[in-house]
Write a protein that binds this ligand. Structure first.
Ligand SMILES: CCCCCCCCCCCCCCCC(=O)SCCNC(=O)CCNC(=O)[C@H](O)C(C)(C)COP(=O)(O)OP(=O)(O)OC[C@H]1O[C@@H](n2cnc3c(N)ncnc32)[C@H](O)[C@@H]1OP(=O)(O)O
Length: 218
């Protein structure tokens, strides 16, 4: 996906694109973590959905806990430093293969904006069939980061993020989020986006100021 970025278009007067402040330079994982990584992440998401929605007999809960502990022990010796794991860098996987991110798929990524589609799952539910209010800023924030990147700006930090909740955001319903850079002013990138249902009804809109980091800024 990074190859699609029209490098330099939105740099403005910001130097040192490759430096990203104090950030290490992140590269996309070449093979999306290998043939079974996406499968593992999706299985983990199904498990998350189950963990927040089941009411199972004590014996089943005990077995599940033992299996979850065994799985964690299997993976534990393979931790690597930030920027080396496929999670979050696998551009071909929903949510870039990060369990933290909403499992949404990017279908437009260029300097004119980014669009992503997906569903909020049971794991993301707040109450009465609606997505938890805290999960929407997560979706917006990650989109804003991608929009900044697609515009050719260095990785930036969110200085502020505002979300207007216009209508209830349902779970298990295909939705789309789309946004773009509105204005650039030196280190400042102003971005807006809308979350919509399949009929184009706006469920939430958001705006953010993303600030290009100064050299050495964490
Ligand atoms: C793998 C391969 C490729 C992957 C490709 C995919 C893309 C990859 C996607 C990643 C997606 C992640 C995207 C998450 C991004 C976060 O979520 S970052 C985490 C959340 N944010 C933070 O933790 C930021 C914490 N805050 C800070 O670090 C510092 O406050 C900041 C934001 C760096 C700014 O500090 P500073 O550099 O000292 O800035 P400062 O001089 O105070 O202000 C600069 C200007 O901005 C203005 N400003 C600053 N804050 C504000 C504010 N809140 N409101 C209004 N104006 C403000 C100032 O007034 C000033 O304006 P001017 O006077 O220049 O006109």
């Amino acid at each position: 996906m990074s190859e699609q970025v029209e490098r330099g278009r939105g740099r403005g007067d910001v130097d040192g694109y490759e430096k990203h402040g104090g950030f290490p330079v992140y590269r996309a994982a070449e093979d999306d973590g290998g043939p079974d990584f996406g499968r593992l992440i999706e299985a983990m998401r199904v498990l998350q959905d189950a963990a927040v929605s089941v009411s199972a007999p004590a014996d089943v809960v005990r077995q599940a806990a033992e299996q979850a502990e065994a799985l964690a022990a299997l993976l534990e010796p393979h931790r690597v430093p930030e920027g080396q794991q496929p999670g979050g860098r696998s551009m071909g996987l929903p949510g870039r293969g990060s369990l933290l991110m909403l499992p949404w798929t990017v279908d437009k990524f260029d300097a004119t904006g980014v669009r992503s589609t997906g569903v909020f799952r049971r794991f993301h539910m707040g109450g009465n069939g609606a997505a938890h209010g805290g999960t929407l800023p997560l979706l917006f924030d990650d989109l804003f980061g991608m929009i900044t990147h697609a515009y050719g700006r260095p990785i930036s930090r969110t200085a502020y993020l505002h979300v207007n909740y216009r209508k209830i955001t349902p779970i298990d319903t295909p939705l789309v989020i789309e946004g773009q850079v509105d204005r650039v002013d030196g280190r400042k990138t102003f971005i807006t986006a809308k979350l919509m249902d399949a009929e184009g009804t706006v469920l939430a809109d958001g705006e953010a100021l993303m600030l290009v980091l100064l050299p050495g800024q964490p």
